[in-house]
Structure formats: structure tokens, C-alpha cells
Design a protein around this ligand. Structure first.
Ligand code: KG4
Ligand code: ZN
Length: 386
């Protein structure tokens, strides 16, 4: 197979990223410009600000990725860019720039689904370690700020295809981490803070009822198709808005609001709070709540995913997306997966969260298949993975 150096560009949410990857198996450079500081005061991503920051960052970030890779605009073989899902205005910045580069340089343009990118982050790093053997069937849990999706992934020649067998009915898991952190005055993004604080609390102190999913999904499936009555393939859906509300009720019933407000103000005055700063401003009640919340989230994610793995007789499990950076989640998946004899693969923590290396890696099979995007393709905010 011919070697190909692919320049990947990612701008679907709040990171502007560019990377060069060789043949889907070697990371040559990886640059991520985070917008956390911009969105932090608002406690979440503000779409208009995200687009503006992408516009500012895109040219220097791509230039840096090429320089780090010792490549020039001319020496890469193709340009790959995230088409969706994501924020439409944010996606457009990457797409317009990728199109301009591809047109000016006469290079092929490849459109990549962001969720497929997260799955290929795992493949990229496994190949980089020399692991080219993959046992099918493969199940992938993509768990991030926008998604909690389970996909059966299969490979036919070079082409990959995906079947969705589960998704969140309401909030994504990362969204629940972010909202709970926000309502506890811990800032944004919440996942990494909760990850670091949870070991300091008692994970058994607060009991959360398990998520109830009583009805069939009438809204339609994550892949855009409506569930047919005769569609009896087992599904493993998630729901995380209930636990967020339960945390809110706990805060109210334990009169924690004043402490939350004081913490929010204190942490807002520290430019980059460290673990000790958080600990200094968290009482035992808060730490126990954080630890119990994380435990409940992990139990649900791991429990449903492993049940799906059993139902579909899965040989290999991938866990990827921002929440896959969570240390306790990784440990629990590894431990519980091992009990079922199921190997579990994660990306390294830097490649768990949004990056462009995963986009360049996912583009390689499309490059081999000459599956190039027309110049008039556009952003697809709600793009499904198939
Ligand atoms: O994949 P990602 O960078 O962007 C999306 O595609 O959404 O995921 C970001 C999400 C945020 O919700 C963030 O709080 C969560 O991933 N996250 C974590 C951790 N690191 C990031 N959640 C739990 N533990 C972490 N260590
Ligand atoms: Zn993502």
C-alpha cells in the first residue's frame, strides 16, 4: 500500500487542531489550540465565540503542524477535515480553509465524520505500537461532551462501516460531567476536574437511582433512521439528565448553595487552579458528592457497554472520546473487561479528547479508496456515522 502523508484539520467544537499522520499508522505532528480560556467565564462553549476563535487560530495551527512534521503545504498527499457532527459555524471554518488549501495546492480533499475520527484514534495508536491484528467484532463506545454512542465497527477491504446500537436519550456523559461541575462551582470543562477530585471523596456516600429507560426511542435513532417495530436487534441506550437533576436536588436539600457560590468566586480569581486550590475550596460533602457522581456515571457506562459486548459477542472493545480520558473509567473498563475476557483499548489521554490526528488517521482508508469530497460539500452539524 502506498504511503500517504495526510494533513488533518479539526474545528467541530472548542479546539482548533491540525496534524500530519503517515498512512493512518504514524503520528508525525499534532497541534491542538484549546479555547477553554475563552469559554470558561460562560461555563460552556459559546458557538459564536468558538467560530471567531477558530478563525484566529486555524492558519497558525496548520502552519505549526506542518512545521513540526517538517512538511510543507506541497509535500502532503491529501487534506482531511471534519465535516460533522459539531457546531455548524465552527465546522465551517475548518472546511472552508481545507477547501482553499486543497484547491490552491491541487490536493485531494477528504471529509471525515468526527465520531469516526475518535474511533480511529485508537486504531492509529495501536498500529503505531505495532499491533496490526484486530479481532472482530469490534464494539466502540464514543463518549464525549456531545456523544455517548455505541457502534459495531466492521471493515470490508479498506472501507469501514458502523452500526449504531446505543446512544444517549438526553445528555451526553461528558455534558453531565460538565453540568455537575458547573452547578458545584467547579468551572469548565468539568470532566478533568471531577476526575482529579473524585479520589478525595467517598464514592459510596450518595446513592443515585439507576437511569430508567422505559420507552422505545420515538425520536429516531442516532444514525437518523427511525426504529422499526420489527427492529429487534438489542439496543443499549443511555440517559444522563436524571443524575444531573439528582445532584442539583442534593445540593438544594443539603443547603450547599452558599458554599457553591463562594467556591465559584474563589476559583474564578485563580487563573489556572491546581488540585490543591480545588481541594482547599471543597468541603467533605462536596468531595463525597463528586466521587459518588463519578462512580454512578462509570458504573452505568461500563455496565451497559459490557452488556452490549456480551449481547453482540464482541471480541474487541474500544473506548474513546473526551470522557475516555477519565482515569477511574479506564481502570474500571480494564478490570471489568478482563473478567469477561474482553480486551479494551483506549487512545492515549491526549488523543482521547478532540484532535486532528484522529481525523487524518480516519481519512487514510478513504484516501486508498479515492473517496474524495467534492468542492461543494458543506458542514453537517447532525451528521450520522454509518
Ligand atoms: O471529545 P471531546 O474533547 O469533545 C467532544 O467531542 O465533545 O470531549 C470533551 C468532553 C467534555 O465534556 C469534558 O468534560 C470531557 O470530555 N472530559 C472528561 C475528562 N476529560 C475530558 N470527562 C471525564 N474525565 C476526564 N478526565
Ligand atoms: Zn470529540
Amino acid at each position: 500500500m502506498p504511503d500517504a502523508y495526510i494533513l488533518g484539520i479539526e474545528s467541530s467544537c472548542d479546539e482548533t487542531a491540525a496534524a500530519v499522520v503517515r498512512s493512518g499508522e504514524q503520528l508525525i505532528s499534532n497541534v491542538v489550540a484549546s479555547q477553554i480560556a475563552t469559554h470558561q467565564p460562560y461555563g460552556g462553549v459559546v458557538p459564536e465565540l468558538a467560530s471567531r476563535e477558530h478563525l484566529r487560530a486555524i492558519v497558525p495551527v496548520v502552519r505549526q503542524a506542518l512545521a513540526d512534521a517538517k512538511h510543507t503545504y506541497d509535500s502532503v498527499d491529501a487534506i482531511a477535515v471534519t465535516q460533522g457532527p459539531g457546531l455548524a459555524g465552527a465546522l465551517l471554518v475548518g472546511i472552508v480553509y481545507a477547501k482553499a488549501l486543497a484547491f490552491a495546492l491541487g490536493k485531494p480533499l477528504i471529509a471525515v465524520n468526527h465520531l469516526e475520527g475518535h474511533i480511529h484514534a485508537v486504531l492509529l495508536e495501536e498500529r503505531q505500537k505495532g499491533n496490526h491484528e484486530l479481532q472482530f467484532p469490534v464494539l466502540a463506545l464514543v463518549v464525549s461532551g456531545g456523544h455517548t454512542h455505541l457502534y459495531l465497527a466492521s471493515q470490508n477491504g479498506d472501507a469501514w462501516s458502523y452500526e449504531n446500537i446505543g446512544h444517549t436519550r438526553d445528555d451526553a456523559a461528558g455534558e453531565a460531567f460538565d453540568k455537575v461541575a458547573k452547578l458545584l462551582g467547579l468551572g469548565y470543562p468539568g470532566g478533568p476536574v471531577i476526575d482529579r477530585l473524585a479520589p478525595h471523596g467517598d464514592p459510596h456516600s450518595v446513592k443515585f437511582p439507576p437511569a430508567q429507560i422505559k420507552h422505545r426511542d420515538r425520536r429516531g435513532r442516532a444514525d437518523g433512521r427511525t426504529v422499526k417495530p420489527d427492529d429487534d436487534r438489542p439496543r443499549f441506550d443511555f440517559s444522563y439528565s436524571g443524575i444531573k437533576t439528582a445532584v442539583l436536588r442534593y445540593v438544594e436539600s443539603h443547603q450547599m448553595q452558599a458554599a457553591v457560590e463562594a467556591r465559584r468566586k474563589a476559583l474564578a480569581n485563580i487563573s489556572k487552579p491546581k488540585l490543591d486550590d480545588y481541594l482547599l475550596h471543597c468541603d467533605k460533602l462536596t468531595l463525597d458528592l463528586v466521587a459518588s457522581f463519578q462512580r454512578a456515571m462509570i458504573e452505568d457506562l461500563v455496565g451497559k457497554t459490557l452488556a452490549a459486548a456480551e449481547a453482540y459477542d464482541i471480541a474487541t472493545l474500544f473506548v474513546t472520546g473526551g470522557v475516555a480520558a477519565n482515569q477511574e473509567l479506564r481502570r474500571t473498563f480494564e478490570r471489568e473487561g478482563a473478567k469477561q475476557g474482553l480486551p479494551v483499548f483506549f487512545p492515549s489521554r491526549p488523543l482521547s479528547t478532540d484532535n486532528a490526528a484522529m481525523i487524518a488517521a480516519a481519512a487514510y482508508p478513504k484516501f486508498l479508496a479515492r473517496d474524495f469530497a467534492p468542492m461543494d460539500f458543506s458542514a453537517e452539524a447532525g451528521m450520522a456515522l454509518k
